[in-house]
Ligand binder design. Structure first.
Ligand code: HEM
Length: 499
């Protein structure tokens, strides 16, 4: 068949041959260019990959594997050491896993760096999201959102989340299987949507969780806008969420729906024409509000649910940790009357559980690297960085560095009893771009852990640690399924089986 094709179309073969020679030539020239480039002192080592596409295909293959996207980084870190360069989506990316360089870059002392996510993430969260905002603009948005994360709002959030957890657990049956990641995602979604936009209705919430899921799944996709692509579906989901927020805002503005106590209400101007709020801080426009509400939903729910699943898995695998946790948590439970909800004060009395959470966040490193862009040619700790390069601080590698954390692969919450090296715990980032919801995340994890430990005996029934494909965070593929072994007594007279 091939020989017939050659006979019938000799000119086609000639062009195909020429194309192959040209591609080979490009590849050789590219390699030569990369080698020259890398030989310069201080320039990070690494491969530029193929012309134009760089190593995007290898990166995408890692995203689509059960080892997860970090496998791409891990392999290159082993090959090149704690700093390497690659080309992804047409841009140069440098991965750094050295604490000193990380400190300089994240604290951004000379203003040489800003935050930058890959194109698909930037488009999905929107142009006015603080996640991708340039230095000055970021300051403005963060300033406007800052007051939302007060101690008062955290206190009411503790109660809200505890109520939701207890409500959910009341339907958990002894002997049944619960997928922690799925349950935690539902809880985090409910809590975040209530706190941000007072959304409580079942169908709306379901729709929100589904659409946010599509947005998250599209974040690592190639930014092709063709109807069958993951990216396109993510953009469609973003549009649906934006429309819903738009409707919500206009109902509040027109007075159809008012009297809400939530983040959205605080962000909406009381006086439409006044560009400053009562603290003389400029207000956000409606577009900025919508992009940043979506950002908070995305930043808050999947991360926290993923962290909870890893935490339960680690606790299950470490009997001694579970025993110490039980001791602390049962003590706290005994202190208060059983009918009341947990308070911020009660959470502050959980030093061991807090360390368990920190250790789970270190081990799992949900957000695996922190993305920045260099704004000028510069040198950081002997490393030459060019303007426009994407600089990714490899948090996972720093969290597993044996020179910082003894036996890094051992789950040992007590390691946080002593002071750790500065800037070596990056689960929430450090510096001006640090996670705004870190106390909320810890709250959700503590409340969930307390209620699970004090109300149930349980066992993880599938210890597989494969990573979910296409997930931007290091998410467990099996979601951490647990079997509820027995239930303690509660007010609805269930059997007391105790511990
Ligand atoms: C375990 C759960 C969470 C983890 C591991 C986590 C981690 C992070 C990380 C690593 C960053 C980026 C830091 C950087 O680039 O330097 C970040 C940013 C952010 N997070 Fe979280 N987060 C979690 C939960 C939450 C929650 C519950 C919220 C609630 C609203 C939230 C809101 C944000 C926001 C708004 C930003 C952007 C901050 C900025 O750019 O100024 N996060 N988070």
């Amino acid at each position: 068949m091939l020989s017939q094709l050659v006979k019938e179309n000799p000119h086609v073969c000639y062009y195909v041959g020429l194309l192959l020679v040209f591609l080979l030539f490009c590849q050789k020239a590219w390699k030569l260019l990369c080698n020259n480039y890398n030989s310069s002192v201080g320039i990070p080592p690494g491969s530029g990959g193929l012309p134009f596409v760089g190593e995007t295909l290898q990166f995408t293959a890692a995203i689509n594997s059960s080892k997860g996207v970090y496998e791409f980084v891990r392999v290159r870190r082993l090959r090149y050491g704690n700093c390497f360069k690659t080309k992804l989506f047409g841009e140069t990316h440098v991965f750094i896993s050295n604490t000193e360089s990380a400190k300089a870059i994240l604290n951004n002392e000379g203003g040489k760096f800003s935050k930058r996510y890959i194109k698909s993430i930037a488009e999905l969260v929107g142009p006015d999201s603080l996640l991708c905002a340039s230095q000055q603009y970021h300051k403005h948005i963060r300033g406007c959102l800052f007051s939302l994360f007060s101690t008062d709002s955290l206190s009411s959030f503790v109660k809200l989340f505890d109520e939701l957890v207890l409500e959910a657990m009341s339907s958990w049956k002894c002997g049944s299987t619960v997928i922690i990641q799925d349950e935690a995602l539902k809880l985090a979604c409910k809590a975040m949507c209530k706190m941000l936009i007072s959304m409580e209705s079942g169908s709306e919430l379901e729709m929100m969780q589904k659409e946010v899921g599509h947005v998250c799944e599209a974040m690592l996709a190639l930014p092709f806008r063709l109807p069958w692509t993951r990216f396109y579906k993510g953009l469609q989901a973003r549009k649906k969420i934006m429309d819903m927020l738009e409707k919500n805002i206009s109902e509040r503005r027109s007075g159809i729906s008012s009297s809400h106590v939530d983040f959205l209400q605080q962000l909406l101007a009381e006086d439409h024409d006044n560009k400053l709020n009562k603290d003389e801080v400029p207000r956000l426009t409606d577009t900025e509000i919508k992009d940043n509400i979506l950002t908070m939903i995305i930043a808050g729910q999947d991360t926290t649910a993923t962290a909870m699943a890893w935490m339960i898995k680690f606790v299950d695998e470490n009997e001694e940790v579970l025993n110490m946790l039980m001791k602390e948590q049962i003590q706290i439970e005994k202190k208060g009357p059983r009918s009341t909800y947990l308070t911020l004060e009660a959470l502050n009395e959980m030093p061991y559980a807090s360390k368990v959470i920190k250790e789970a966040l270190r081990m799992a490193s949900i957000v695996q690297w922190l993305p920045r862009v260099s704004l000028e040619d510069c040198e950081i700790k002997g490393l030459k960085i060019k303007k426009g390069w994407n600089i990714n601080i490899d948090a996972r590698s720093i969290h597993h560095d044996p020179t910082t954390y003894n036996y890094p692969d051992v789950f040992n919450p007590l390691r946080f009893h002593a002071e750790t090296k500065q800037n070596s715990f990056l689960a929430f980032g450090v510096g001006g771009r640090m996670c705004m919801g870190k106390n909320m995340a810890k709250t959700m994890m503590l409340v969930f852990l307390h209620r699970l430990i004090t109300n149930y005996k349980w066992k993880v029934i599938d210890s597989d640690a494969s990573i979910k494909k296409w997930a931007i965070f290091s998410k467990l593929q099996n979601g951490c399924p647990i079997r509820l072994i027995c239930m303690k007594e509660d007010t609805s007279n269930k059997t007391v089986m105790g511990y």
